[in-house]
Design a protein around this ligand. Structure first.
Ligand code: ADP
Ligand code: MG
Length: 317
């Protein structure tokens, strides 16, 4: 199968490549054309996933396709953008029809879930990797950024944390667990659902936001630095799933939430009076701390004391 046949068979004819809101021209020309309305801005984000670094070299291609797009779309959620389109630059060591078919199906599933249209890409030979670029639209000036957190705001997260990091030994086949424990955790690793609707609802509500991809502490550090504030996190308020705690115990589950990666849930700050409005529609949203004067991220125990060395003090397995 040649390059053009491959593109045609697996990508150009996929349902997600048949256009969408804001797509003037998709696959087939030298550029895709996206419509940008007056009063709106285009949100653009790109992510590369490399086999053996960001995902196991041998894995289910359907799950990989799903996950690759979810990871990228999560950046649109973090900015409060409405999804429009994405491109896929795919490097493959071989054109394996079975692999491509399953990969394209996984991609299609996530594209449909996120209402993202595939509008272009590139196909090359080499070690397996993929770069996805996502495009979203946002009313001018209303994108959520990392820099607006203010003293007195609450710090919130979009749901339970740590599951994907805790699932890693299961993903890598180093560990096995009963289905009722492994299934929800593996799902959180392979198909994190980008919190797109929550991100859009936070426009005009949240003062700062991002998606948690590198662990709660590291990512909150970005908000603290960009906003010129300190964030206090109450350890006991961090939402952990029953499956994760059953697998590795509460203490290591907390460690996964704090410094594991791959959550793709939103973390955001907002004035206290706005929390109940958001929680009415997103009951899984949890307040986990507050914004105070100072710098850095401080983890507090139940007595409100700073837990020393949250980075060094927690071990990842
Ligand atoms: P060019 O040589 O002008 O860069 P290509 O021959 O690489 O164009 O690609 C032909 C068309 O197919 C373009 O519209 C491109 O965006 C699209 N395309 C190439 N690879 C992919 C892919 N993996 N997924 C989706 N579209 C792709
Ligand atoms: Mg090309």
């Amino acid at each position: 199968m040649g390059e053009f046949e491959l593109i045609q068979r697996y990508f150009a004819t996929a349902p997600c490549a048949q256009g969408g809101d804001g797509v003037v021209r998709g696959i087939g020309d030298d550029c895709a054309l996206l419509a940008v309305s007056t009063g709106e801005q285009l949100a653009v984000s790109t992510d590369t996933l490399v086999a053996g670094v960001h995902f196991p070299a041998v894995c289910d291609p359907f799950l990989l396709g799903q996950r690759a797009l979810a990871v990228s779309a999560s950046d649109l959620a973090a900015m409060g953008a409405t999804p429009v389109a994405f491109t896929l630059a795919l490097t493959l060591d071989q054109a394996d029809a079975v692999w491509l078919e399953a990969f394209a199906k996984g991609l299609q599933r996530m594209a449909a879930a996120c209402t993202l249209a595939l509008v272009g890409g590139d196909t090359t030979r080499g070690p397996l990797s993929m770069t996805l670029t996502v495009f979203g639209r946002v009313p001018a000036g209303q994108a959520l950024t990392r820099s607006g957190a203010r003293e007195g705001d609450l710090l919130c997260v979009g749901g339970q944390l740590g599951d994907a990091a805790g699932a890693l030994p299961l993903v890598l086949g180093q560990h096995e667990a009963a289905a009722e424990i492994s299934e929800p955790l593996l799902a959180r690793y392979w198909s994190p659902m980008p919190q797109l609707a929550l991100g859009q609802a936070l426009r005009g509500q949240a003062t700062a936001a991002l998606d948690i991809s590198d662990g709660l502490l590291a990512d909150c550090g970005h908000i603290a630095k960009a906003s010129g504030v300190a964030l206090q996190i109450e350890a006991a308020r961090i939402p952990l799933s029953a499956a994760l705690c059953a697998l590795i115990g509460h203490e290591r589950a907390l460690s996964c939430a704090l410094s594991g990666g791959d959550d793709y849930r939103l973390a955001f700050t907002l004035p206290p009076e706005r929390l109940s409005v958001i929680q009415a529609d997103w009951p899984e949203v949890r307040m986990i701390g507050q914004v105070v004067a100072g710098r850095g991220v401080h983890l507090l125990d139940a007595a409100g004391q700073v837990i020393e060395a949250p980075h060094g003090g927690y071990q990842h397995f």
